[in-house]
Design a protein around this ligand. Structure first.
Ligand code: HEM
Ligand code: HEM
Length: 190
């Protein structure tokens, strides 16, 4: 454990000690990309004419990118529990360590909650997702229910808006560590 605490001065090569493991790095960036796609698709949808094929395609991209986030969240969390995370870098105050742990926990919760809420919104609207090419429908967990759909959709949208800010804060914090504190926080996730 003492080894994992070793500090690398900025600019020096970062050894595998104190770095996130390759699977953790893979999960982090693939999931970040999928979330960016989910957001971009649902924003694009808003600009397309109702009932048009491109609008439906945007929504399909949104839904499948979101489902992929959920599918990857399971092995990601398991891997996190098995492999853990590198020890906090020296020089990080109590507030920074608690703040980043809290934001990471929120982000993990979001990876599960947001796609589940999105999928339930779809179900409550009387729809399921069909796996393209295989004609297999994903299970329907709730039946058609307009009131329920409205409530879940509202939570899904509110959470979606709130996490623009949480994700933005998280990314800004990483850049702040890199460019202003000049420590290895970002480099150990690359
Ligand atoms: C990480 C994954 C996801 C994120 C970040 C996300 C984000 C969002 C956001 C921000 C909105 C609101 C858009 C607006 O205000 O117009 C939205 C709407 C919606 N999302 Fe998701 N979503 C995710 C996953 C899913 C999944 C997996 C599904 C379904 C399979 C889904 C289905 C929907 C539906 C049905 C709406 C309402 C669209 C409408 O009728 O206007 N989402 N999502
Ligand atoms: C949708 C986007 C993102 C999500 C959901 C996300 C989620 C997470 C989570 C859950 C962790 C904790 C990892 C763990 O302990 O297992 C983490 C760590 C990290 N993320 Fe992100 N992230 C996103 C985008 C970004 C972006 C855009 C950057 C860089 C600009 C970034 C930089 C980092 C860094 C440097 C760490 C390691 C922090 C540390 O060691 O204290 N992330 N991220």
């Amino acid at each position: 454990m003492a080894k994992a605490m070793k500090f690398h001065s900025p600019g020096s090569p970062l050894s595998s000690v104190g770095r996130y493991t390759p699977p953790a790095i893979f999960f982090h960036w693939v999931v970040a990309l999928l979330i960016a796609i989910a957001y971009a698709a649902v924003i694009t949808k808003g600009y397309l004419p109702r009932g048009s094929a491109p609008r439906a395609l945007s929504m399909t991209i949104h839904e499948w990118a979101g489902i992929a986030v959920l599918v990857l969240a399971v092995p990601r969390l398991l891997w996190r529990l098995i492999a853990g995370a590198p020890a906090a870098l020296p020089g990080q105050g109590w507030l920074v360590r608690m703040g980043s742990a809290a934001v990471h926990l929120l982000l993990y919760l979001f990876l599960f909650a947001q796609p589940v809420l999105g999928y339930l919104t779809l179900n409550a609207g009387g729809h399921v997702l069909i796996i393209p090419g295989l004609d297999i429908a994903l299970p329907q967990f709730v039946g058609k229910d307009t009131e329920l759909r409205r409530s879940i959709k509202e939570i899904h949208e509110t959470l979606g808006t709130a996490f623009y800010w949480v994700i933005g804060l998280h990314a800004l914090a990483a850049l702040w560590h890199h460019y202003f504190r000049r420590d290895d926080t970002l480099r150990r996730m690359l």
